[in-house]
Design a protein around this ligand. Sequence first.
Ligand code: ZN
Length: 300
Amino acid sequence: MALPKQKIAVRPDSEAKLAKLVRKLLREAGVEAILPTPLDRLFEVAKVKNIAELPDEEAFLKSLSKKVQNFFLSAKQKLRGIADLRERASYVPPDPNNIGRERFAKGHELGHNVIPWHNIDPAYLDDDESLGASAKGVFEHEANFFSSEVIFQGQAFQKRARDFAPSFSAIFQLAKETGASNQATAWRFVEEQDEAIALLIYYPSKAIDEEGNSVLSLWRSVGSPQFNRRFPEIDVPRAVRTGHPWVAARDFNKVFDGTGELLNGDQNVTFEWNSWWNRRALCVLIRRKPRLSIVRDILA
Ligand SMILES: [Zn+2]
């Protein structure tokens, strides 16, 4: 049984075009390799205003179609950002407890404003769903990738990420450098590695285990290109509970590591794993030991 297909993250088809657009913007703003990326400078160069709240909510509301008005009113409390393309503005409420989240929303709204083919809707209203890994719709997916490119500065991050042996402490360090959340950094870190490594993210489900703790169920997974090539049929647990070695990270609230076997097709493969509980989700890195794989490749 392979990883559930719909849960494998893929980049938008326009990846190369978006990366180029971001590179140009970073260059024009003179902020290449400056981390955390000074987002204000990018807004300035792109001539987009970023404002913490709508200056005139009533006027904004009236300018929207009936359908979008209804969405605005029903989702208002949950909105994390608005891109108003007519005003060339974005509105992102401050998120003082999570600057990484706020920066990600800003990058996303800037994306809607500057990605040329997004200029067909007057306004984009974004909540947790459109800013998440499960965003529906090509434009949301594109704005998310744009934001990730802006925050991690694509190529530069790839080089930096490969300097580190994969571990959560490397990821925390890179998150600090880029001003991104630890979880978003873990995701991008795995995507950029040139060895076989994957990240699995589990969220608490409604089911309760024998110890009275939530059963954690697989939400999303992302693999490095090499991981996806070598282990296309990897069978990862869909749910884990207290007693599973990975779950110790939640139950003891610290990073754990170890080795274990997973099935790929009909073969058992030994992986190194690291697990970390971020108080909302369990993040697990699984990594094929590079040294063993060299031996295997020579023998093969
Ligand atoms: Zn959006």
